[in-house]
Design a protein around this ligand. Structure first.
Ligand code: NIG
Ligand code: FE
Length: 405
């Protein structure tokens, strides 16, 4: 059955925006006093509410000021984990670096231990708790990485739990295999571990259809540029490739781009030459302000990336180490203020441009044929959303045509 929803004070469709580069707010399509017609979970018309009302459809009336946007898409998270690392956060704030903690066997290893030692129910419940919070804050699609497993069996376990949550809950998940996060302690060498991922794990993941994306952490304390190159070369024919690159040192970006990565994520440390290289590629740069806030390191230069015509998505990186906050809208708003991004650039970074980074064509904008993933904010001016720096939360949530409030 067709249903007309509205009137909305403004509908910001995020349609017809460029995939890359700077965008001014003037490029946004804004429908004042708009309505959306949906049928079977999809959008079939977006336009002037009064005109749409003449079609005599059943109406879901919106009787408060409301600005409608596409549901947010978080293109990079590690929400599937157990345990917390507030002890390490305190240590870092007393001057010990993230890398040093990792080198001493803490950091990611710490969460590998707690995640492998909890029950499936504990891991599922904690993950679901974070995803429900995300959902009510407007994130209707979320990428979720594995990568906290000290062995391959536990990697499969993580991906199975992520897939199960995806199929039994409203939020849509995009599972990514990040077995190549750091080499677990039981392996003799990183080479031995990467070989076992290639020969034993990835065939299983493919066969059981657990993920079509593979990530690797390219960094001095994780996997080197050469190791990552050899690894991704073998992975790229069977999986979408993505990489944690340029978080503390340069170099990973080129490996990702050369291997056709859909995205290279982090980019806090990046040279002009690398920005140029990224801009000439089809790869999206995913910037992670929550990680900069969590680690107290500079933000990725989002302004410069956009001015150089790169593709830029903004994601939360929600994880227990570098990015414990997990509030995508707040982080994107702060990035906008510090990096001088337009409303359009920030909002595109968490909607249409994130969809592009995840190769999702059915969402990210409010247009005919897209799924009815929509969020409404209680105001009549879309600029209030980022102005409130994450404190204005959605008061209306519609996932595939179904309303949750
Ligand atoms: O994106 N840098 C690597 N991975 C995560 C952090 C994981 C962790 O510290 O648990 C990141 O920052
Ligand atoms: Fe990450």
């Amino acid at each position: 059955m067709k249903e007309l929803i509205g009137p909305f004070s403004q509908i910001i469709t995020m349609a017809n925006l460029p995939e890359r580069g700077a965008i001014s707010d003037n490029s946004l399509e804004i429908i004042e006093e708009g309505g959306v017609v949906i049928e079977k979970g999809k959008i079939i018309e977006v336009g002037d509410f009064l005109l749409l009302r003449k079609k005599n459809l059943s109406i879901r009336e919106i009787n408060f000021p409301c600005v409608l946007l596409p549901g947010f898409i978080d293109s990079h998270t590690h929400v599937c984990h157990y345990g917390n690392r507030s002890d390490e956060y305190a240590k870092r704030n007393s001057g010990i670096s993230y890398q040093q903690i990792l080198e001493e066997g803490g950091g990611i290893h710490n969460t590998m231990n707690s995640t492998s030692n909890c029950t499936d129910e504990q891991l599922r419940d904690d993950t679901l708790y974070r995803l429900k919070r995300h959902f009510h804050e407007g994130v209707l699609t979320c990428e979720v990485k594995s990568g906290y497993a000290p062995n391959l069996e536990d990697e499969v376990r993580m991906l199975k739990i992520i897939n199960k949550i995806d199929s039994s809950n409203e939020i849509d998940l995009i599972p990514t295999c990040l077995a190549a996060h750091v080499t677990p302690k039981k392996y003799e060498s990183s080479k031995q571990y990467l070989d076992s991922i290639l020969n034993e794990l990835l065939p299983q993941i493919k066969k059981q259809n657990l993920s079509d994306r593979v990530d690797i952490f390219i960094e001095e304390k994780a996997f080197s540029v050469t190791e990552a190159s050899n690894f991704l070369e073998k992975v790229r024919s069977d999986f979408f490739v993505t990489a944690h690159a340029n978080q503390f040192t340069s170099g990973g970006l080129k490996v990702g781009v050369d291997n056709g990565a859909v995205s290279v994520d982090h980019l806090e440390v990046i040279t002009d030459h690398e920005i140029d290289y990224l801009s000439k590629s089809n790869t999206t740069g995913v910037v992670l302000p929550g990680c900069s806030i969590g680690l107290g390191i500079p933000f990725a230069p989002a302004r410069k990336l956009l001015d150089n015509n790169c593709k830029v998505s903004i994601a939360s990186d929600w994880n227990p180490g570098s990015a414990p906050m997990g509030d995508l809208l707040m982080q994107a708003s702060l990035l906008g203020s510090i990096e001088k991004l337009s409303n359009a650039e920030v909002l595109a970074g968490i909607t249409c441009r994130s969809a592009n980074a995840l190769s999702l064509e059915d969402r990210g904008s409010l247009e005919n044929g897209k799924i009815a993933d929509m969020i409404g904010f209680g105001t009549n001016d879309f600029r209030d959303i980022l102005y409130n720096q994450g404190k204005l939360k959605p008061s209306l949530i519609c996932k595939r045509g179904k309303f949750y409030n």
